[in-house]
Design a binder for this molecule. Structure first.
Ligand code: SF4
Length: 85
């Protein structure tokens, strides 16, 4: 999977949402709960690791799972948690 990390907080640019071929970045721009989240999240069960979103992010917040910097490690679970329960 790919993981969205700290730079997204306060940014929530939706360029990544638009390019994702499997629509696994949430919430989408028009979803009612867009204003209730502090950042965007990638569904780890749906992401196909195409990498298209990485270069679209204006704040370089998206990393492949294996390349998530140590200081952003908690964001791996934070992304996954958004899609549980
Ligand atoms: Fe979507 Fe591809 Fe980014 Fe995964 S890597 S979130 S499939 S655009």
């Amino acid at each position: 999977t790919h993981v969205i990390t700290e730079p997204c907080i306060g940014t929530k640019d939706t360029a990544c949402v638009v390019v994702c071929p499997v629509d696994c970045i949430h919430p989408a721009k028009n979803e009612a709960d867009f204003d209730k989240v502090d950042q965007l999240f990638i569904d780890p069960d749906s992401c196909i690791d195409c990498g298209a979103c990485v270069s679209e992010c204006p704040v370089s917040a998206i990393y492949p799972l294996e390349d998530v910097p140590g200081e952003y490690e908690a964001y791996i679970e934070k992304n996954a948690a958004h899609f549980k329960g």
